[in-house]
Write a protein that binds this ligand. Sequence first.
Ligand SMILES: *Cc1c(COP(=O)(O)O)cnc(C)c1O
Length: 532
Amino acid sequence: MDRIRYAAFVRTFFECDPKAITGIFQEFLDALRAQESLPPGNYYSQNYDTAQANPEIHVLPGNLKDARDAVFPYFWGTDGWSSPLHLENVRGPANYASLIGTMACLLKNPNLCTDSYSQRSNELEVKAVTALANLIFYHTHEPWGVFTIGGTISNLYGAKIGLEKVLPGAMQRGLQGEKIAGIVSEAGHYSNLTLAGWLGIGTQNLHSIPTDRTLAMRLDLLDAKLEELYSAGTKVLFVVATFGTTDASGIDDIAGIRKIIDDKVAKYQVTPPQLHVDAAVGWALCFLSDYDNAKNPLEFTPELLKVVERVQQQTLGIRLADSVTLDFHKMGRGHYPSSAFIMNRRADLKYLARDVADTPYFAEADSRRDPALVTLECSRPGLGPYAVMASLNGIGLTGFQMLTARSLELAHGLKQRLAKLDYCKVLNAETCGPSVVWWVLPKGRDAAAIFDKLERGELPPEERQRYFGEVKRLFGKRNYSLDPAIDARLSYTTNFGYRPHGIEIPAWKAVFFNPKTDETVLDQLVESLESL
Ligand SMILES: *Cc1c(COP(=O)(O)O)cnc(C)c1O
């Protein structure tokens, strides 16, 4: 081999040249800031047509600017979601403390599979998980957890522990032809279906319990379902409670669910199912658990304080969970992927433990230090722990209280504004969270009366279809006519989670994740409805 040529390209790509790297970084930052002065949206239209036709690879080694050029159009064509007008979904701009953390991580590129491949980064994961466990469980003696690539996988861990608890040896022997079931609420996230499918449980064996109007699983129906399953000899592997449904911020009564599980388990003398809480979105409400409402140091309005009091009641329930899914890349405003799966008791690790014989790559591994002996993944990025610790200690508890409370305040503010419009109906008035779901009907309609009729089961199907069609058509009309520079971007769901009489209800949706969104955005949003 031509060693001179070899040495030259190795220098370019494997020796750190701070000037070259920061120079390119500066260019990316300049582009980012230029884009932030434009309305949100698609800055550079997509070109899927030839994405597969010309997947070219350069022939000769280039330099770091070639790397820049290879990705720049796609970077420019991607919205970083920094605009305060983005209200579509549970996605917000990542915070810059998280950027510092994740950049540091990328410079070292640790692999969290084992201690020897990640050294202090592994220690940082233990720290991050413990900090988050203390936040959500309040007092917990020996929690444990790992970062995963997303809430779906964190939920999968919860279900897997339930499977191994109730059906010991499933890891080796499979499902053994047993009659099995998992339980979730009707407003739960579709990732529960994913995990039921992928774990071999079968989506048909995932039972969903209808919710009440507050999007909380109906306890009477949970009781009846458990009764039905246990009396038929079915093994219930897990119950997933949702703390913050994705569309409407519904929160399950975790204490009530725990009590029903305990009673049934005692009655039927069976192994308790895993009580896993999917708090992918809602966990951040725990930042407010400790807020001193009497002293009110952050000067929340009386209105907001009332919301915070309700939140404080609801966060108490999480402490009864066996395990929790927490997406820091949602309300933590951290970078992807920073989802954490957290267990209340480290002892439950035994349900995931693999033999060293199963993991020959890690012959020296020690399960106290080496997550690869229990994780689904082998290689794991360190981004999550870096994003979390940099954010938590950059922004601080008080900073996160402000961020979280502000989301609640804006959601509450929009609900109040919409409540004044007869042709609108807020569908999640009784939940406290960052999202608002509502109907917009043509002016002159009494939206609340129509909803009442639907809830009572007195709305004829033809009428219902007409109203639902109107809700959708008006959404399309606003989208078509909106001014991208001032009008908030909303989304539309075909089923916000509450299904009275089994009817799926469509809704407009706004989620307040962006810290820069303010009351002028709400005013303009209402204005845009008035002029539809
Ligand atoms: C977002 C979400 C998930 C899935 O999490 P990802 O990180 O997107 O995989 C699961 N459950 C709920 C309630 C969610 O909102």
